[in-house]
Write a protein that binds this ligand. Sequence first.
Ligand code: TMP
Ligand code: MG
Length: 295
Amino acid sequence: MTSHIKMIPELSKESVSMRDPQRVEETLNSMRQAGPNTLQVISDFDMTLTRFAHNGKRCPTCHNILDNSKLISEECKAKLKDLLNTYYPIEIDSSRSVDEKLPLMVEWWTKAHDLLVQQQIRKDRLAIVVEESDAMLRDGYRQFFDHLRDQDVPLLIFSAGIGDVLEEVIRQAGVFHPNIKVFSNYMDFDESGVLRAFKGELIHIYNKREGALLNTGHFQELRARHNVLLLGDSLGDLTMADGVQNLENILKIGYLNDKVEERKQSYLNTYDIVLVKDETLDVPNAILSYITGSQ
Ligand code: TMP
Ligand code: MG
């Protein structure tokens, strides 16, 4: 193993795989030399910043937090569960192409959002529902969020989940710091605080590139930050940095949570560092400490 990689013992964890350790070393070296003022972090939320499982039980996505809550009728819960059982296997099916999956993912999100809108969800109930949920950020989350804030590194959370719910998760964890910006699906409430629609363009798992390109203002503001650390858990997350201006170096870290054998090769081909069934932020934290020179 090469020298810079040796400087980061976490990269020797059993969960870590790399297609090209040499390239990872070179990228880390360039990013460290350029320093924290040139860095921005772009991360997916569900199953990337949050845990996939805890004690053998699946943890909820933003959508699941609502789906499993007391805000949803039993009849609607059953329908949402049917949707999950139909479409999640498609999301992670490595035998289907993105082109084939794309319309089906739009269908999933559209049907799920239509069902949620029928439930008269009240804005003032979201905090309690998040509090009562099993949502869990990955181990090491406080170090991750606090370190980025302390180093003045902007964090973009780019999520096909629900913005209002994810904000509440990080607010309740005490890590919704001012360096965070969120691109996600936000709820639109009427004057009495009842959900009536979702705002703006739908973000689903395979259109993050389009979402990134719609937000040129954000990337324009960060144009001096030409180095990117990207964190994701889906192959759709790889396009989250497509709007970045003057990109020089990008290091992509991918969490491979499910269907490991079938999907490992495609993750190795596209992510620089693949973390297999790793419920922690240890590797991103070690890399951030290394790049920002604060270890
Ligand atoms: P992410 O981009 O933050 O990871 O969010 C997308 C995840 O949300 C994706 O893995 C699928 C999941 N999802 C549900 O769990 N239930 C739903 O109803 C929908 C539409 C998506
Ligand atoms: Mg995800």
